[in-house]
Design a protein. Structure first.
Length: 225
């Protein structure tokens, strides 16, 4: 009798696990389903922080259903909207070209956007984009350049070993007084391999998450007060 009961319990657990696995697979299928995206021209400089993400997206004929990412932030107080890299992207009159990603971060509570971030990799327009920032915002409020060489290595590669290539890294900051935001820009250029990468983080100055985001992105390590 005990043997029969024991076997019954095992079968119940196996069925339960199988059911849970099926449910998780179904959830993954639903979450990871990506619909065809509408291609739009995204005028990056028109992304206005401290406004509803719905308003921002409406200006580009998009809505939250056009999110390129299917990830949901369950335990955080904000969500992310990822623009499809298949869109056309501009800043002022500059056609940016291919991007790695463009993401708007907005609060779950009120839908207000507080940060947007742009990344380009191996894009010939990186320096042209920096020129557009200078044109739009004027003089940088912070600038620092570091240079890595074989004789004077500064940067570590993904394996934790010193880089031997000739690499420059420029850290730049601008104030966008019109939109009460700060632009943090890091541009890395490998002069030997001709590879480059630019990271732009634009944070609303009035957001309660301003200091938190700087810490989260470790920007204080690059942009000391």
């Amino acid at each position: 009798m005990k043997k029969i009961l024991f076997l019954s319990v095992i079968l119940l657990l196996v069925n339960s696990c199988n059911g849970q696995e099926k449910k998780e697979v179904e959830n993954r299928v639903k979450v990871n389903t990506v619909k065809t995206k509408k291609k739009q021209t995204i005028q990056v400089d028109k992304i206005a922080l401290n406004t509803s993400v719905d308003t921002i997206l409406k200006g580009f004929n998009l809505d939250k259903n056009d999110n390129y990412s299917t990830t949901v932030n369950l335990n955080l107080d904000y969500e992310e909207f990822w623009f499809s890299p298949d869109n056309d992207f501009k800043f002022n009159d500059l056609n940016i070209g291919k991007i790695t990603n463009l993401v708007v971060f907005y609060m779950k509570k009120d839908n207000n956007a507080f940060v947007y971030e742009l990344e380009l990799e191996n894009n010939n327009n990186c320096e042209s984009l920096i020129a557009e920032f200078n044109k739009k915002f004027g003089k940088q409020t912070f600038y620092k350049k570091r240079e890595n060489t074989k004789k004077n290595p500064l940067f570590l590669d993904e394996n934790g070993e010193y880089e031997t290539d000739h690499i420059t890294e420029e850290a730049m900051k601008w104030k966008d007084d019109k939109n009460n935001a700060t632009y943090f820009v890091i541009y890395k250029n490998n002069l030997d391999t001709k590879e480059n990468k630019i990271f732009v983080s634009v944070i609303s100055n009035s957001s309660k998450k301003f200091a938190e985001w700087i810490d989260y992105r470790s920007l204080d390590m690059v942009f000391p007060e």
